[in-house]
Design a protein around this ligand. Sequence first.
Ligand SMILES: Cc1ncc(COP(=O)(O)O)c(C=O)c1O
Length: 533
Amino acid sequence: MHSSIAFASTSNMLHRSCCQATKRTLSGAHHASRIVAASHRTITSTPRLATPVPNRSASDAALFSLNRSVRSTAPAATRTLATIADTQEHRPSPLDTDIEAMRDSPDDLILKPGEEIPGFEVNNATSEMLGRPIYLDMQATTPIDPRVLDAMMPFMTNQFGNPHSRTHAYGWETEKAVEDARVQVASLIGANPKDIIFTSGATETNNMSIKGVARFYGRSGKKHIITTQTEHKCVLDSCRVLQDEGFDVTYLPVKQNGLVDLELLEKSIRPDTCLISIMTINNEIGTIQPIKEIGAIAKKHKGVFFHTDAAQAFGKIPLNVDEMGVDLMSISAHKIYGPKGIGAAYVRRRPRVRLEPIMTGGGQERGLRSGTVPAPLAVGFGEACRIAKEDMKFDHEHVKRLSDRLYNKLTSACTDIVRNGDVAGYPGCLNLSFAYIEGESLLMALKDIALSSGSACTSASLEPSYVLRALGSAEDMAHSSIRFGLGRFTTEAEVDFVAEKMVQIVRRLRDLSPLYEMVQEGIDISKIDWSQH
Ligand SMILES: Cc1ncc(COP(=O)(O)O)c(C=O)c1O
């Protein structure tokens, strides 16, 4: 009950901000989306009202995409026309009259209960009523920031040129937008924009970097790669493919907190090592690897390149490829409130890293990744980077505060909770194991919260996560683990709801657990020889 009240009020406040923003559309859509973004965090704050960006249609869409309670009733075609009006001449939209009429009346900026908003259909349902679980799976993907959508809209409509068309203005304008985006991506990691290659995401970049470097330098006999046991599947799979091609791969174990042992890493380097691939932040446990130290080790050995999968770190923590000695980096847009389907590879040119491309064709992207760069996605990615850079400190503090709040609420109400990973890891990835609870029961009970568990559900069995196994977690603890993924738009109300729900579920399941009962009675269950029973 408490939670549904919290949600209703969150939703209404957000809704109010959105509608106020819409009414202010006189000064633009960015405006609106900025308020939406801000309102997700602080609910009442309406900062940065001064940025006028004249694009009403993107605003509609942004509101629609983020606020499930407000839906534009303007026909899609009209919305497209309104977008075109931004860059060409103004064409009337059905929203114009109503919005213009509100311009001079400050009272209109306050939304009254039950009030109708011109051009919008208002649905006062809360997220619970709409049957949408609370989203705490930010490592899987993040919602698009409405400011990103605003930036993309013109390139989804009238600025549709192929950025590689050199003979006309359609191509030139999208080429410029793509190059601007490249600068924004590069600036988040202190790179030269020329070293940024657009790809479809981090999976492609990891494949391209690992296979590309190995195949190029493998020709001269450098056939050894070092990685860790806790990398993302796409890194491990790329390495397995290379093993089939005759490469030798060292999969380093990690310590209990998920960190690599630097001494062991250095000892594993051989004369034929061409690549070290170690991720920056682990997607399951949030452990942050000592990238700078790893980069320094790689630099001591001529001909050893250092690749890092930074899909979970880019835009969340400060990164600088020169300071960290990184030669190749994998980046994804949809982990930082950008669009899905685009990412980037950082590929150092000085000193030059050579890759055998996995995609060939038109020779785009320095010949390393042929194919038309999707300009709307690149623009959205660039904008997501701009926002991430500007808001990194704020976002981090916000996520840390909510993560601490969740952790403290859970651990003060329940015993026997183990935090997986490193305490100094990324706070937006909180991985906890709840002892004496059946992983499957926990999953079933959590259906109104969207999150990931340490059990990878396959058709035949529930396999515990290979990452948790690599930390040395017992199978039952790995099974009972939950990853809470918090982000820019997570609210305190959501965290409180989740904490309350988790405590209820954990208590209920433990009440049913014979193991927990034995522990309560003082029996040391680790000393029980189960085989005799
Ligand atoms: C660490 C890591 N690497 C790579 C990927 C793959 O990213 P993308 O979805 O952009 O291909 C992910 C996303 O799940 C990830 O967390």
